[in-house]
Ligand binder design. Structure first.
Ligand code: DGL
Length: 260
């Protein structure tokens, strides 16, 4: 069976690597909408129209058993709409882990680090009012972190001062209490978590939902029979630009994906 993993760039690889561990007998097609990256800076209506058309083409071409939208910026905008437009298709979304953060915080101060798009969404605001009304939740929209993660994964280098500046607004102190949880609400960010730990003003828990998303996808996969064949087609990476740079191609191959 085919599992399609979607992101605007390389961030969805954080989810893909978990999904492959849990569902090794499936074929993975990774789609990066790099022609439209970064999603975080798009206005909502044009992005929704763009995604609706793109998913129509992807579903037609790949007929995936499950689509994992491994992108918070895309899921918080479009998941409900895509489910309505393509009701026969199973979608797994990635949305900010506000509920687990609210359950786990001891200081009551939680920050959600995301793209400017995710921070603006009504979906994100609704998660906060449904699950974290007793916490103080700071939404931090970062303009540059997704790009910093892309550069880091391509070139192996990241400017630590730039990372420090992007995460700094997550850390607040109030009446002697300190932020103790930062939700990584963009799938690019787990790639930079070690740098975030290093540059953070004090230690916090960084919540990464990649594994939980993969588990959710596994739970929604149609049941496979013991005699089902393990597919022999290679796992693929597809770029909407049709022109990924050579570093990205190397990165994809490092993840065991053939590049179309
Ligand atoms: N990986 C995407 C997310 O999870 C964001 C990157 C972008 O801005 O396109 O939100």
């Amino acid at each position: 069976m085919t599992v399609l993993v979607f992101d605007s760039g390389i961030g969805g690889l954080t989810v893909l690597r978990e999904a492959r561990v849990l569902m090794p007998a499936n074929r993975f097609v990774y789609v990066a909408d790099d022609a439209a990256f970064p999603y975080g800076n798009w206005e909502e209506k044009p992005l929704l129209d763009h995604m609706t058309a793109l998913f129509g083409r992807l579903i037609g071409e790949w007929q995936p058993s499950v689509i994992i939208i491994a992108c918070n910026t895309a899921s918080t905008l479009a998941i409900d709409h895509l489910r309505q437009v393509y009701p026969q298709q199973v979608f797994v979304g990635t949305v900010p882990a506000i509920k687990p953060a609210a359950e786990r915080t001891r200081s009551g101060l939680v920050s959600v680090l995301a793209t400017p798009g995710t921070v603006k969404r009504q979906y994100t605001r609704d998660l906060i009012s449904s699950y974290a009304s007793k916490c103080h939740v700071r939404l931090v929209g970062s303009r540059n972190l997704a790009q910093l993660a892309e550069t880091y994964m391509r070139e192996g280098f990241v400017d630590e001062d730039a990372v420090r500046a992007e995460i700094e607004p997550c850390f607040i102190e109030k009446d002697g209490r300190h932020t103790d949880i930062v939700v990584l609400a963009c799938t690019h960010y787990p790639f930079l978590v070690n740098r975030m730990r290093k540059t953070a003003p004090w230690p916090v828990d960084w919540i990464d939902t990649s594994e939980a998303i993969a588990r959710r996808a596994l739970s929604l996969m149609p049941v496979m029979h013991d005699d089902a064949l393990v597919p022999d087609e290679p796992d693929l990476a597809i770029f909407t630009s049709e022109n990924p740079d050579p570093h990205v191609v190397r990165l994809m191959r490092g993840f065991g994906l053939s590049v179309e």
